[in-house]
Structure formats: structure tokens, C-alpha cells
Design a protein around this ligand. Structure first.
Ligand SMILES: [Zn+2]
Length: 448
């Protein structure tokens, strides 16, 4: 007796899209067949709908414990589920304390268990001050270590100088865990920011000019060299430019163990949009030119980008107000819209295959980070999936957003596709605007 059958959905698998039934037992996919005849306690019709593997966002900031007024685990994970997501990796900073040692890990884990609507993994921090704490974080089950090569904007999470990054990568390599880097040159971005501010030039355009593409390339190059030298698995978060992807993809082709992440906002907006959107679209690295975006899209289509993470990093609305663009909080709140951006700008506008979307948003994240039983619609895998109606469109409204502050640069944008339902290990966590709490959420760790 099966627990659940999802009938006649169009399953998005690596081999292509095919219509089939999904049979689910004990939270896992027990059977995939054109027509399952075994009895089941419950049946759900997915007729006319596409079934995607539950999306895994490797890059969010939910800011809890300590800063739940910025986002929060309950609201952030609800938004994730509403966007078709069944797992997220929370970054070690913007919560208080930052996740830099075993006690802070334990605090965050308890908060996650209490409030999350989906499964999750936790990044540990890598700063010059906690190198000796990396082994205890590995024992606790962090998914990897995150380092900032530039200023994080937070004094409690200092940037990694080259020496500390080198030592941290050596330790991470020994522990078998990846290091994720925010790759922008601290020396160069600080220099240009100082120059601008001393001249009283503090508009959105000045901010863009203080972080040109080459400051990203310089840091990517350095991170690649250090990873090659230490044998550390490298993950480069939020690569904003086509030039950045080209640089990292070339190193990967040479054999450097690196994975490449970009974000939906670099695919949906260019620097021209910053004038209209203002602080809502401030991020670091910043939005880029149309030419860089075109290059980036081509690389996504060619499969050179491995993963698309949201880098959801909200703040209270008042931190987004003021005249000095440098002083405003940088971070884009988009955790709910990743799939919508890829379906609209990728699948519909550029012919990006649905299989490729599933790879970027689920399969590759699971494989790169060693998540067992995640990221695929296949027998023996967790029954994590989203039912998506590709015949429908929607225009994003504030009341659609499940995150704490209903602000997003995507508001008012028309998107293809509507997420009807999201299921986590055979349990419905989201259905048409409503969030349901699962019986259990799990900490996801690396299976070596
Ligand atoms: Zn981030």
C-alpha cells in the first residue's frame, strides 16, 4: 500500500519531460510508472501540471537567531516553499551570533528545527578569527564554509585576508568540505568606494562605478589559485558577470574543483534597472551591463553555470532609505521568485530547457554538496517536488509574498508559471497561497 500517488504529471527528469505517476511511500519515491495500479491512501491529480524536483536554494540569509525582524526562518522558509522549494542553505552571517563555532551552530539549528517549513543545511563561517573552530563546525554538520574576500558590511563577520583564506581552505580540504567565497577584491572595492565618498559622489551610479567587473575577476582568479594550491573544493557564490563565469569555467575545464553560482537578479535586471528600482536592487557584486548579462545568459544556456541561488538577503525597509547609496543595506529579497525568473526569462524567452532548470535549481545543488536522496525525481529519492502550472501567468503582488517584509524588486513583474503545490518528503507544505507545517524538518549534511 502506497501512501500517495501523484497522477499523470509531466515529470521533469534529466532524461527529459515525460508523463507518469509518482508513487510515494515513507516519504520517498517508491515507484515511477505510466500508470500505477497499486492502492494508495491518498491520490493527487497533477493533470496538466509539470512536476519538478523540490528546489534547493544553496544561498539564503534568514537572519535568525538574533535578527528575525530582518527576515526569520518561518517566513523565509515559507517563501521558499511558495516558490517550489523544499530545502535551503542558510548563510552564517546576518544572524546574531554568526555561525562561527559549535555553540552558535547549535543555536541556529534549534531555531531552524522550531520554525522551518522545509529541510535545510547550514553554512559555517570562515573568518581570520575562527580557523581553529572549523573542525568542530564540520563535526556538527555544516555543509561547507563561507568566506568574504571583500567587506561583508558587518563588523562581526570580518573579511578573509589571503593568508587566512589559504589556511581555511587547507583545513576545509582536510575536512572534506567546500569553501564558498564572496569574490570581490577588498583592496580595490575599498579604494574606489573611498575615492567616491571623498568626492561626495554617492549615487547609485557611483556605487556601480566603485565595483567594476575587474574587481570581481581579480578575486575569482585569486580564489581559484588558492583552491588549486590547497586542493580545496571551491564554490564561487553569486558570480555577477559573464566575464566572471568565463574565468571560473576555464579553470574548471583545467581541472580546478570549482562550482559556479549566479543569482536570478543578475539574469533579470541590468544596471540600468538600478535607477528605477533604487535600493531594492542594491547588491554586491552589483547589477551589470546588458552585455555582461547577455554573456551570462549564454553561459547558463551552455551549461557553464552550475547552480542558481537566490542570495535572499532582506533587511527592514528603513535600512533601504536614504540619499547615500553606499550607506543603504545591500541585499535583494527574491527567495520566492527564482523559479519564476528562470521560467519566464529562461524557458519562455530564451528556450532554456525545463530539465536544465531542474539541474540548476535542484540536481546540481544536491550533487555538488553531497545531499543523499535529494534533487531528482527518481525511485529511492525523497519525495520532494513542486507542481507547477505552466499554462498560467501571474503578476507578483505584495500579498503574494510570504517573506517578512513584502518588498522585492520583482513586484509588478509578470511571470510565466504558477506553483500550485510544494511537497516535502511526501507531505504537502504549500498549496495555493497556504503554508502548512511539516511533521519534521531535517538538517541536510554532506555524504562523503
Ligand atoms: Zn549572500
Amino acid at each position: 500500500m502506497l501512501d500517495l500517488i501523484v497522477r499523470t504529471g509531466k515529470l521533469v527528469t534529466p532524461e527529459g519531460v515525460r508523463q507518469a505517476d509518482l508513487g510515494i511511500k515513507d516519504g520517498q519515491i517508491a515507484q515511477i510508472a505510466p500508470e500505477i495500479s497499486e492502492p494508495a491512501r491518498q491520490e493527487v491529480s497533477a493533470e496538466g501540471l509539470h512536476v519538478l524536483p523540490g528546489l534547493i536554494d544553496v544561498h539564503v540569509h534568514f537572519n535568525e537567531p538574533g535578527q528575525a525582524h530582518w527576515e526569520g526562518i518561518a517566513t523565509g522558509s515559507a517563501a521558499r516553499a511558495a516558490g517550489g522549494g523544499t530545502a535551503f542553505f542558510d548563510m552564517p552571517l546576518n544572524s546574531l551570533p554568526c555561525t562561527l563555532d559549535a555553540p552558535s551552530f547549535d543555536q541556529k539549528l534549534a531555531a531552524m528545527r522550531a520554525s522551518s517549513h522545509t529541510d535545510f543545511a547550514l553554512w559555517g563561517g570562515l573568518t581570520p578569527q575562527n580557523l581553529e573552530r572549523l573542525p568542530e563546525l564540520a563535526l556538527r554538520g555544516v555543509i561547507g564554509f563561507k568566506a568574504f574576500m571583500s567587506n561583508s558590511g558587518l563588523p562581526e563577520f570580518p573579511h578573509c585576508d589571503d593568508g587566512s583564506l589559504y589556511e581555511g581552505m587547507r583545513i576545509a580540504a582536510r575536512l572534506g568540505l567546500p569553501v564558498a567565497v564572496h569574490a570581490e577584491s577588498d583592496a580595490l572595492t575599498a579604494h574606489f568606494a573611498r575615492q567616491k565618498q571623498q568626492q561626495g559622489q554617492t549615487t547609485w551610479r557611483d556605487y556601480l562605478d566603485s565595483r567594476p567587473v575587474f574587481t570581481e575577476l581579480e578575486a575569482i582568479q585569486r580564489a581559484l589559485l588558492l583552491a588549486q594550491e590547497t586542493g580545496c573544493r571551491l564554490h564561487i557564490v553569486h558570480i555577477s558577470s559573464g566575464a566572471g563565469v568565463a574565468l571560473a569555467a576555464e579553470a574548471k575545464a583545467r581541472g580546478v574543483d570549482v562550482s559556479l553560482e549566479t543569482c536570478p537578479h543578475y539574469l533579470a535586471f541590468t544596471e540600468e534597472d538600478l535607477e528605477r528600482l533604487g535600493a531594492l536592487a542594491k547588491c554586491a557584486p552589483p547589477l551589470r551591463s546588458g552585455d555582461q548579462q547577455t554573456l551570462l545568459w549564454n553561459q547558463v544556456l551552455q551549461g557553464l553555470v552550475d547552480i542558481i541561488g537566490s542570495d535572499h538577503s532582506p533587511s527592514p525597509p528603513e535600512m533601504k532609505q536614504g540619499d547615500d547609496f553606499f550607506a543603504l543595506w545591500g541585499g535583494i529579497a527574491g527567495v520566492q521568485s527564482t523559479l519564476a525568473v528562470l521560467l519566464t526569462e529562461g524557458w519562455q524567452a530564451r528556450g532554456l530547457a525545463l530539465e536544465q532548470i531542474a539541474r540548476l535549481l535542484a540536481t546540481n545543488p544536491a550533487q555538488r554538496f553531497g545531499l543523499q536522496g535529494k534533487g531528482l525525481l527518481a525511485e529511492g529519492y525523497d519525495a520532494d517536488f513542486a507542481l507547477v502550472d505552466l499554462q498560467q501567468t501571474h503578476t507578483l503582488k505584495p500579498q503574494d509574498l510570504h517573506q517578512r517584509h513584502p518588498i522585492s524588486p520583482y513586484l509588478g513583474r509578470r511571470f510565466v508559471g504558477v506553483v500550485r503545490e510544494t511537497w516535502l518528503r511526501g507531505q504537502r507544505v504549500y498549496a495555493l497561497g497556504k503554508i502548512e507545517k511539516p511533521n519534521e524538518v531535517r538538517l541536510l549534511t554532506r555524504h562523503l
